[in-house]
Structure formats: C-alpha cells, structure tokens
Design a binder for this molecule. Structure first.
Ligand code: SF4
Length: 269
C-alpha cells in the first residue's frame, strides 16, 4: 500500500482504489498510465473504482516496518480519497487516516470530492493533517465538461473552509490550469475564492493538443504564475510553482521549481 512517491513535495503515498469515479477529461494521468499497463481497459472501466479490500490489513503489516522513515503519507496520486457520491471510498479513507494518525503518521489529502467534516475531530484524527482540493476554475460549465462526476466546485471549497475554520491546514492544487482557449476566466477571482488556504500549488496543463496548440501559452502561464506568486506573497500563503510553468524563474531570480514562503522540505512538514 505505502510507496515512496517520486513527486518532489510528497514523501510516501498510497492509493486504496484502482480507478476513479470523477472521470476527469484533462485527461487523467493516472488513468492513462493504468491503461498503458493494461490494468484498466478504458474510460468506463476507470469510472468504476475497485477498492483494495485488504487495505487496512496491509497497513497493519507495513506501518511498523516503515514508520520511522515516513514524514507524512499523501492521499492520493492515482485515485481520489473522497470520491463524490461514492461513500465506501470516503469511509475507507477515514479508516486509513485514523490508522495512520494513531501510529503517529501525518496525512495530507487532495480531492475533487467533499472533504469530510469528521476530519476536524481531534480525538480521532491528527490536528496536523492537511487537506486540499483541486480548483482550476469556479465555472460549473467547465467542471461538467472536464471533471464531470466530481463535486461542484463551490462545495469543495466550502468543505475545505469548514475544516480550516476548525484549525486544520488547507491547501489548493491549481493544476492543470486551463489556457484561455479552453475557458476565459479571471484568475484573481479564483484566488480570492480560496484566499483562506495556507498553501497553493500552481501548474500548467500538460498532455493535451488543445493546450499545446494555444500559441500564447508560454506567456500566458508566465503571467499567471507571477499573478499567483504576487497574490500568495501579499496574503502570506506558501506557494509551489510546478516545473515548466514559469521557465527560468521569469525574473524572480529563482530557478525552478519555485517555492515561495517555503521550501520543498517544509511544504507539508
Ligand atoms: S479526480 Fe484525480 S484521479 Fe480522479 S479522475 Fe480526476 S484526475 Fe484522475
């Protein structure tokens, strides 16, 4: 279950389901990889998540062996821990988080579902867990097209804010951020809507002909990245700019990847 992730800001991670009912059409990188390996047949197959039924038993075996090496566990890179309208996934996620926390291991989550309010119960879950939502647009039209079965965007933000109001750290992944040929939108409005969070990860949209065919994409992402950096600086929000979003630091004097108000060791620690 537990594996060392290759992602720069995350240490150990786990995926307790194969597939994801959110069915993102960016397309989903995890789905592409599972299809390539022959684990998933097609998009319809991906939409029907298969739970790792012995996830808790596996953790019982793995935690004692790995505990001393783990800073925190990231949930999830290849599925969603709080899949919208799939209660059995959320139930298992909560049990996993409780188990890891009881072993003294912090958990960082990311979701396009509704992050459950139960996580604010400090008798059951660690107070230093951090919860995140992916928000790349406030538009429900965009959500219906690209994240068709994920939670409505405002509900994701409200769930995260409720946890933050109870003292938990909250973060936003703004990735893959769409170019104007996909949707014309005001980045400032999105940033304002999530201005309560403690950290933001911003990154461009890859793996799409739609984006690569957009002529002004380099300039667009540089400008957007600077806007995010300025916003976070003004609000005291930690920011991590994903590689390739802001080539050569774009005048900030910082080579990629850029951590502002932070560094990669302390982004989630
Ligand atoms: S929520 Fe994440 S894992 Fe699920 S389909 Fe979307 S991108 Fe893939």
């Amino acid at each position: 279950m537990l594996y060392k992730s290759g992602v720069i800001y995350a240490g150990y991670a786990l995926n307790h389901a194969e597939g994801c009912a959110h069915g993102c059409n960016f397309p989903c990188y995890a789905m592409m990889m599972k299809k390539r390996c022959g684990i998933m047949k097609d998009y319809d197959d991906w939409l029907k998540p298969r739970i790792v039924s012995n996830a808790l038993e596996l953790l019982d075996k793995e935690i004692p062996k790995l505990k001393s090496k783990i800073g925190f566990v990231f949930m999830c890179f290849a599925t969603d821990p709080f899949m919208y309208k799939v209660p059995e996934i959320t139930e298992l996620s909560l049990k996993i988080i409780e188990k890891l926390n009881r072993a003294g291991i912090k958990v960082v989550t990311i979701s396009k579902g509704i992050t459950p309010n139960e996580l604010s119960d400090k008798n059951t879950y660690a107070a230093d867990n951090e919860h995140g939502a992916t928000i790349v647009s406030l538009s429900e039209e965009f959500r219906e097209k690209y994240e068709p079965y994920a939670a409505p965007v405002k509900e994701r933000i409200a769930a995260l804010k409720a946890l933050h109001d109870k003292g938990l750290k909250a973060w936003i992944s703004m990735e893959p951020y769409p170019t104007p040929n996909v949707i014309e939108q005001d980045l400032g409005e999105i940033l304002d809507a999530v201005s309560f969070v403690d950290k933001i990860i911003f990154g461009k949209w890859n793996y799409s002909k739609l984006i690569s065919s957009y002529n002004g994409r380099k300039e667009f992402y540089e400008e957007a990245a600077l806007q995010v950096l300025d916003f976070c600086k003004a609000k005291g929000i930690q920011v991590y700019m994903k590689e390739g979003t802001m080539p050569e630091g774009n005048g900030t004097g910082v080579k990629e990847p850029i951590f502002y108000n932070s560094n990669q060791q302390e982004l989630f620690s």
